[in-house]
Design a protein around this ligand. Structure first.
Ligand code: NAP
Ligand code: MG
Length: 457
């Protein structure tokens, strides 16, 4: 076995100080975690649906009990506002409670056939590897862990190197709540090392990944070698379409957090704001008021609405988008001093062919793209490799439905910028991903469909 001395140093983005140091997992550690998950699988699969449901509920209760400490840890590690972090832990509790209903409801079908009876079963896959990003570490872990466990799989979870802390806590909490040893394993290590090993390990049946389209493509390639099941939740460049007949004040008041929430590090960020030309001036005036009012600062301050970016590297990447003569129309505030701060920024007017409109910036930068009519709005919104979320603002119900049906995107809100609900499916069209999370449909991606025919002759 190779000697391994790597360390994962976790930095607090608001202070640039070291928050924690963890031992970095090696390829051998990843294989050991898979072996533990494999050994735990037969017993976990055999737990009765009722007992598995009860255990899921106990995990939800235990997470709720640790709500404040998890929220503080996540707020410090990601640099996200504490009020957001509390809401996110609340969602994690809801996710475990929601999927606690699944073990007893994984029903099959009976299908009319000649000469017998035919029925289907939803069966677990075995060991699943779950690879998650740094922007919403705990919620995204729960979207994968909860349905995977509910369906009877065992899990190896790999958090992002920048934000491994709450994943480790989640596994401890689940163990405390009574989850058997080996059912949920966490491996803290580099994506290119342990991440790739998990995708290649022959004992892993499925990989569920959230992260960049680039890494998603690599995972798809590696998984293809052994025909592993794969779900991918990738990037986005979503449109927020504002028609002149909308409640412009409301659209402008909610647009900033729809892109600057989580400092823009949100795959659902509505970072292309498409505004009907006749309404651009009025919309920009209201938008400026809301952007300037955004409270950017200490994540642990109750009133903060936007924190820093995740890292110095990432800030440099975001800043590079503003280098080449970008038209800055609105600029909000940001603290100086230590911390990876970046002010909320609106560029206007922008053409959909500009780089800032085509690439996912993943920072607090929004672009304003004017349009002349409904057809053009749809054409611009769909002119992207991505298709994750989006919004339509109009008071014309017919138009709202026409546009909603025309957009090539996975989740759309009308007169709202909400993207994610525990009970409804979430995922992307086009290069935003493969498969769905949350809601009842997620279970299809953590189970295999078996058909049994019984001859009656
Ligand atoms: P990333 O670089 O793709 O990393 C995501 C995860 O994959 C991390 O745990 C990372 O580990 C791991 N990883 C990296 N290279 C790998 C490889 N070759 N094989 C296996 N695993 C590997 O993404 P990120 O930088 O964390 O997050 C930003 C991106 O994620 C954005 O593009 C954003 O749109 C997307 N995102 C999408 C969603 C969604 O739901 N659709 C949600 C959040 C984020 P390390 O940390 O060790 O590198
Ligand atoms: Mg990365």
């Amino acid at each position: 076995m190779a000697v391994h001395t790597g360390t994962v140093r976790v930095i607090e983005p608001a202070t640039e100080k070291v928050l924690a140091e963890l031992k970095e997992a090696s390829v051998e550690d990843a294989d050991r975690a898979v072996a533990r998950a494999k050994a735990a699988y037969p017993a976990w699969k055999a737990v009765t649906p009722k007992d598995r449901a009860n255990l899921m509920r106990r995990i939800a209760v235990a997470i709720d009990k640790h709500r404040e400490e998890l929220a503080q840890l996540e707020a410090r590690n990601v640099g996200k506002p504490i009020s957001d972090a509390r809401g996110e832990v609340g969602m994690v509790v809801d996710v475990f409670n929601y999927y606690a209903g699944a073990p007893e409801r994984l029903v099959g079908k009976t299908i009319p056939v000649a000469g017998g009876v035919d029925f289907t079963f939803r069966e677990p896959l075995g060991v699943v590897a779950l690879i998650i990003p740094w922007n919403f570490p705990l919620p995204i872990a729960s979207w994968k862990v909860a349905p995977a466990l509910a369906a009877g799989n065992t899990v190896v979870l790999k958090p992002a190197g920048l934000t491994p802390l709450t994943a480790v806590e989640l596994a401890k909490i689940a163990l405390e709540a009574g989850l058997p040893e080996g059912v949920l394993n966490v491996v803290v290590g580099a994506g290119r090392v342990v991440g790739e090993r998990l995708v290649q390990n022959p004992d892993v049946a499925k990989v569920a990944f959230t992260g960049s389209t680039e890494v998603g493509r690599r995972i798809g390639e590696l998984a293809a070698q052994s025909i592993k099941r794969v779900t991918l939740e990738l990037g986005g460049k979503s449109a927020n379409i504002v028609f002149a007949d909308a409640d412009l004040e409301q659209a402008a008041a909610s647009a900033p957090l729809a892109v600057f929430g989580n400092a823009g590090q949100d795959c659902c960020a509505r970072s292309r704001i498409l505004v009907e030309r006749s309404a651009v001036d009025r919309f920009m005036k209201s938008l400026e008021t809301s952007v300037k009012a955004l409270k950017v600062g200490d994540p642990l301050d109750e009133k903060t609405e936007m924190g820093p970016l995740i890292s110095a590297d990432h800030r440099q990447k975001v800043a590079a988008y503003l280098d080449d003569g970008a038209r800055v129309a609105i600029r909000g505030s940001a603290p100086s001093g230590p911390g990876y701060w970046f002010p909320p920024t609106v560029l206007s007017p922008v053409s959909n062919s500009d780089r800032v409109a085509r690439e996912e910036i993943f920072g607090p930068v929004a672009v304003i793209i004017p349009f002349d009519d409904e057809a053009e709005a749809i054409e611009i919104a769909n002119d992207t490799i991505y298709g994750l979320s989006g919004s339509i603002w109009t008071n014309n119900a017919g138009r709202a439905m026409r546009v909603a049906r025309s957009l090539e995107t996975g989740t759309i809100s009308i007169n709202s910028n909400n993207s994610v609900r525990v009970t409804t499916p979430f995922g992307g069209f086009k290069q935003s991903g493969v498969g769905r999370e949350l809601g009842p449909d997620a279970l299809d991606y953590y189970t295999e469909l078996k058909n049994v025919f019984l001859s009656t002759s």
